[in-house]
Design a protein around this ligand. Structure first.
Ligand code: PMP
Length: 336
C-alpha cells in the first residue's frame, strides 16, 4: 500500500508544467521554454505550506512555541492556511489578522480550519494602532502566544533554500537559466534565488512586482493584486538576489490570470498571473535576442479558487475599469 501518515508529508515536490497556448502570441516559432511551478498542489493550496512547517519546526525546537500555545500572524490568507494545517496536526490554536482587502472566501477558508480571524482596515499607515501589524503585535504579547512573523523570520526564505530551490534545480537538470517570482515578503525569491545562484551564478533571478510597490520603485500606492508588493522593505527580502524587477499593472496581471485559466486550464490567483505575465515578457525579450535555448521557471503561488468573486468576476473587474471578456459563458434557461 502507498500512503502517508500525515498531510504534512504531502508538502513540496510540486511539478513543473510547460506553458504553451498562453505563449502562442510570443512570435517565436520555438521560443524559450517557460515552465510553471504549480504550488497550488500543496495540501493547503499554496506555496506558503512550505514556510509554515519550517517556521513551526524551528519555534518548537527553540522553545518559543510551547505545547498548546497560540500562533498569531498577520497574513493575507495563504500563510494562515499553512499554519492552521500544521497547528491542527500538532494541537496549537491560531489567530489570524487580515487586512480588509482580503477576500471573504480566503477568510472563510481560515475559519474552516478552526482558526480565529481578526479583520483590520487597509487604509491606515503601518504604525497606526489598528494596522494589521500592530493588532497582531498586541495579540502576540499575550501569554502562550507566538508570532512567526513571516516578514522577518529567516526560516521563511530558508524553507525555499532547502526545498523549492533544490526541487527546481533537479527538475530542470540544472538547465534553468532564469527564475521568475512575485515578491511579497520576498522569502520565495530570496531563498530560491540564493540556492540557484550558488549552484550556477549565471542564473538570472527576476522579481515580478505590482506597479506602485516598493520593489519596483514605488511608495506602496494601493494595487489590487493580492499577496505581492509591499509598502516597506521586509527583512526576509534579500536585496542582493534579484537581478531585475519587472513591474506589472493590475490590468495585465488580471487579464493574464484569466488567460491561464482559459488557455492552459490553470486556475491560479492574480499573483500567479502577474508572475507569468512577467515571465512571458522576459521570454519575448530573450526570443528577440535569439536566446531560444533559455529555460525560464516561473513560480505560481496559489489557486484561483480564492478569487472567484474578484479576478474571475466580470462585474468586479468592470467596477475597476478593467477589460472583461464579452462572452460571459452564462445563459439563462430561456436562451437554451
Ligand atoms: N502570491 C501570493 C498569493 C502570496 O500569498 C504571497 C505571499 N505573501 C506571494 C505571492 C509572495 O511570496 P513571498 O512572500 O515569498 O514573496
Amino acid at each position: 500500500m502507498k500512503y502517508v501518515n500525515s498531510l504534512l508529508d504531502l508538502i513540496g515536490n510540486t511539478p513543473l508544467l510547460r506553458l504553451s497556448t498562453s505563449l502562442d502570441d510570443l512570435g517565436a516559432a520555438a521560443g524559450p521554454l517557460v515552465l510553471a511551478k504549480i504550488e497550488y498542489l500543496n495540501p493547503g493550496g499554496s506555496v506558503k505550506d512550505r514556510i509554515a512547517t519550517r517556521m513551526i519546526d524551528a519555534a518548537e525546537a527553540s522553545g518559543e512555541l510551547q505545547p498548546g500555545g497560540t500562533i498569531v500572524e498577520p497574513t493575507s490568507g495563504n500563510t494562515g492556511v499553512g499554519l492552521a494545517m500544521v497547528a491542527q496536526a500538532r494541537g496549537y490554536k491560531c489567530v489570524f489578522v487580515c487586512p480588509d482587502k482580503v477576500s471573504e472566501d480566503k477568510r472563510n477558508v481560515l475559519k474552516a480550519y478552526g482558526a480565529e480571524v481578526v479583520v483590520c482596515p487597509t487604509a491606515v499607515a503601518p504604525e497606526h494602532p489598528d494596522s494589521y501589524y500592530n493588532v497582531s503585535d498586541r495579540l502576540a504579547s499575550q501569554p502562550g502566544a507566538w508570532k512567526p512573523d513571516q516578514y522577518s523570520n529567516p526560516h521563511n526564505p530558508r524553507s525555499h533554500y532547502e526545498t523549492t530551490g533544490p526541487e527546481i534545480w533537479e527538475q530542470t537538470d540544472g538547465r534553468i537559466t532564469h527564475f521568475v517570482a512575485g515578491v511579497g515578503t520576498g522569502g520565495t525569491i530570496s531563498g530560491i534565488g540564493r540556492y540557484l545562484k550558488e549552484r550556477n551564478p549565471d542564473i538570472q533571478v527576476i522579481g515580478a512586482d505590482p506597479a506602485g510597490s516598493v520593489y519596483s520603485g514605488g511608495t506602496g500606492r494601493p494595487y489590487l493584486v493580492e499577496g505581492v508588493g509591499e509598502d516597506f522593505w521586509p527583512e526576509t527580502y534579500d536585496k542582493s538576489i534579484a537581478d531585475r524587477i519587472i513591474e506589472v499593472s493590475d490590468a495585465d496581471s488580471f487579464a493574464f490570470t484569466r488567460r491561464l485559466a482559459r488557455e492552459e486550464a490553470l486556475l491560479v490567483g492574480g499573483s500567479s498571473g502577474m508572475a507569468a505575465f512577467a515571465a512571458k515578457q522576459l521570454a519575448t525579450e530573450l526570443a528577440a535576442e535569439g536566446r531560444e535555448d533559455a529555460v525560464i521557471v516561473v513560480l505560481l503561488p496559489d489557486s484561483g479558487r480564492g478569487y472567484l468573486t474578484k479576478v474571475f468576476n466580470d462585474e468586479w473587474l468592470g467596477s475597476y475599469g478593467f477589460a472583461t471578456e464579452s462572452d460571459s459563458h452564462t445563459r439563462t434557461v430561456g436562451e437554451v
